[in-house]
Design a binder for this molecule. Sequence first.
Ligand SMILES: [Zn+2]
Length: 321
Amino acid sequence: MVQKNDRYRNFLIDQNHDWKLSYDNYRNLDQVVERDLTLNGWKFRIQFNPERIRSSAAKVDRGSITARKCFLCTENRPEEQRHLLMGHDFLLLVNPFPIFRIHFTLPFLHHTDQLISGNFPALLEFALQMTGYTVFYNGPECGASAPDHLHFQAGENGFMPVEEDFETLKIQTEYLLHQSEGLKIWAFGNYVRKMISFEFERAEAGVSALEYVTSSLGELQPGKVEPMMNLLSYFKEGKWIIHLFPRKLHRPSQFFEEGDRQLLISPAAVDFGGVFITPRHEDYEKITESVILDIFNQVTLDDEGFQRLRQSISKFQREVI
Ligand SMILES: [Zn+2]
């Protein structure tokens, strides 16, 4: 869990002293309405969070992206927004439109496309450095509202149900596909959504497994800039834990409906982690167990693709490092 005096939390407190917009939005989180649902025995939380409309409804087509000023580039960020340097070439910023009580964005210093390949070491480094937080990644076609600027996000552990669920899931040995010294890979096909989980003690071994699995997923989706996915990453008791959610669709059909039939839900890493963000109150009220199931069925990788991915993972031979 997040320590009371950790530097990231203190950074957020300092930032909110002199940035009213951010201060107000964190204070408003106290009024954010949430309720829980249970689906096949797994817990989901629904959060009504009006400030997230920017992200859920963000236009991420190439034309709209080129026409706007990138909000992660230094020259376009608000004057009040401070930063911490992370490693040599990433920054840590307070996310002024939070879902978590402590919510950061970690953009790369330069304006370059959102792509995970080659950036797993950074993801793992931040998870380690920010123990107590979950660092996450939304693919360019899977919820990133800046698909043109490489970035991660981070929020405190304990908020997304998946972290606790995994402790129950991982002991069911039938899901374990690979085990070698200090590295395990599981594939969970009936966890409402589909999930590949990794647990490892050495970053190099983890990076090679992650690159292997994403490249296997890429073979199922030729023509994509990168295989469709969301990632969650955290460091716990001496090990990294990564959850990869393979996708086949960005937004469900309900997003494009009109009037009463519309649901403004655009699933990304946090939704896959078990917290559905609804920026409009009517959607918050409408969402039910069957809606969640239907949305996941639409956006998660299909059974056939998952089966092929499983076969590929079971052939993974760890290089001796
Ligand atoms: Zn940029």
